[in-house]
Design a protein around this ligand. Structure first.
Ligand SMILES: NC(=O)c1ccc[n+]([C@@H]2O[C@H](COP(=O)([O-])OP(=O)(O)OC[C@H]3O[C@@H](n4cnc5c(N)ncnc54)[C@H](OP(=O)(O)O)[C@@H]3O)[C@@H](O)[C@H]2O)c1
Length: 181
C-alpha cells in the first residue's frame, strides 16, 4: 500500500487507554518512545486527545485533527471533518506514513486496515473510561517485543505487530465511502 497507516497506543491489560481525559499512568520512558516513533511524521488525533495535550500541537510533527464540531483550531494544527479527508490530505502530499495517535474512535476506525500497531502494553488493569479495540483475533503477528520495568516496579512491553495479510481492498473501499470533508 502507498501509505503505511500505523496505530500508536499505550494499552493496559484490560484494554484501558484513558480515564477522565488523561492516561491512568505516567511512564516517562513511554513518552520518550512515543516521541521517537512519531517525530517527523504525520500524526492524526481526535479532538479530545488534543485537549488532553493542553490543546497544543506536538512539535516537529504534522498535527492532523479530527472533529465534527470545531471550526477553528490552534496554530500548527490542521482540521478535518472526516478521517477520509485527513487520509486524502496525506496521500496528496506524498507522505509514506500516517500515525494514528488516538483516541478510541480513531483506533476503531483505522484498525481494520492499518499495517502496524506500535503498542506499549502496560501490565496493569486500571479503572478507565476509554478503551483500545480488541485486536487479538485480527491476524497481526508480533515482529518485535521489548520488556521493561520502571523504578516503581511497573512493567510494560514495547511491541510492534504487523498485519499478516494486506488489507488494501478494505482501505480503498473505506477511502471511497465519502467524498466530503
Ligand atoms: N493510552 C493512549 O495511548 C492514549 C492515546 C490517546 C488518547 N488517550 C486517552 O483517550 C482519551 C481521549 O480519547 P477519546 O476516545 O475520548 O476521544 P478522541 O478520539 O481523542 O476524540 C473524540 C473526538 O474526535 C472527533 N472524531 C472522532 N471520530 C471522528 C470522525 N470519524 N469524524 C470527525 N470527527 C471525529 C470528535 O470530535 P468532536 O466531538 O469535536 O466532533 C470526537 O468527539 C483521553 O483519556 C486520553 O488521555 C490515550
Amino acid at each position: 500500500m502507498l501509505l503505511s497507516i500505523e496505530l500508536v497506543a499505550a494499552v493496559a491489560d484490560n484494554l484501558v487507554i484513558g480515564r477522565d481525559g488523561d492516561m491512568p499512568w505516567h511512564i516517562s520512558a513511554d513518552l520518550r518512545h512515543f516521541k521517537e516513533l512519531t517525530t517527523g511524521q504525520s500524526v492524526l488525533m481526535g479532538r479530545r486527545t488534543l485537549e488532553s495535550m493542553g490543546n497544543k500541537p506536538l512539535p516537529r510533527r504534522q498535527n492532523l485533527l479530527l472533529s465534527r464540531t470545531l471550526s477553528t483550531v490552534p496554530a500548527g494544527v490542521e482540521l478535518f471533518h472526516s478521517p477520509q479527508a485527513a487520509v486524502r490530505r496525506v496521500l496528496a502530499q506524498g507522505a509514506r506514513r500516517l500515525m494514528i495517535i488516538g483516541g478510541a474512535d480513531l483506533y476503531r476506525e483505522f484498525l481494520p486496515f492499518c499495517r502496524l500497531l506500535h503498542l506499549t502494553l502496560v501490565h496493569l488493569s486500571p479503572a478507565g473510561d476509554t478503551f483500545f479495540p480488541a485486536y487479538d483475533a485480527l491476524g497481526f503477528r508480533c515482529i518485535s517485543r521489548e520488556e521493561h520495568a520502571d523504578e516503581s516496579g511497573l512493567s510494560y512491553s514495547f511491541v510492534t505487530l504487523e498485519r499478516e495479510e494486506g488489507a488494501e481492498s478494505v482501505f480503498w473501499q473505506w477511502l471511497n465511502q465519502t467524498r466530503e470533508g
